[in-house]
Design a protein around this ligand. Sequence first.
Ligand code: ZN
Length: 307
Amino acid sequence: MQLPEHVKIREVGPRDGFQNEPEVIATGDKVALIDELTQTGLTHIEITSFVRADVIPQLADGAEVLQRMQRREGVTVGVLIPNQRGLENALEQADRFDEASLFLSASETHNMKNVNRTIEQSLAGLSEVVTTARAAGKRCVAVISTSFGCPYEGHVDPARVFEIAQELAGFGVEEIGLADTTGMANPAQVAEIFAAAPTKLPGIEITAHFHNTRGQGTANVLAALQAGCASFESSFGELGGCPFPPGSTGNVATEDIVSMLHEMGVQTGIDLEKYVAVSRHAQAVIGRSLGSHVLRAGPVEWGGTGR
Ligand code: ZN
């Protein structure tokens, strides 16, 4: 098996994860969890969103979280930026973050339901956001939701996904995430798309963002990895995920994929034991069992002790 020696893990739990929690999490708890995550060897973290407070009340404290979290050398901090207004708000603390994460969907219906815009309208807005963000020295990452299937439209044509990605690359986006927003991807499809990506998007870093909605999260990670992908978005504790269909589980758990990668000899730089401790803390803060398997069973090196 040809695998990369090292992959990049982009932790999105504090944004993608917290955003989907029904009970409001206290700002102090969010900041504490983020500060713990940045001490695990993690190199990339998305900490919040600058979406309007009435749209996602859970992340209304985004500016405060950004201000209060500790900046650590070697840790790239990203914030989710929905539009130009959000970017302007984030840039009031321009020295507190490094990357702007942008998003749109590959299917018209999902994009319309999510941001009330057509894909063309989203692209036009993002073009402006990327220009402003880059002028402010921010690296731009764009994530394309429903890249592997749409809950409303079903099949999504990979040609359409690449067409959108190429437009984003033309704006100056440095990294593009292909997201399986509602867990519809299968490993064969993932292998095909990630194998094609470097030719379709030369010079662009490609990131995989999988959900474990139907239990295929780690299988999809392996398929992408074997196809050459070396950057993955995941969420501690398996927090997050689109609440559609109702009751769906979240992003693949960071500790589950880190465990798998380390056991296969692929390095991430993450201290798994420390990571599991942070997920346990998150579980205590949120007050319910989280979906991560490694959180329940413990890392492999602990054997059956469950520590
Ligand atoms: Zn997600």
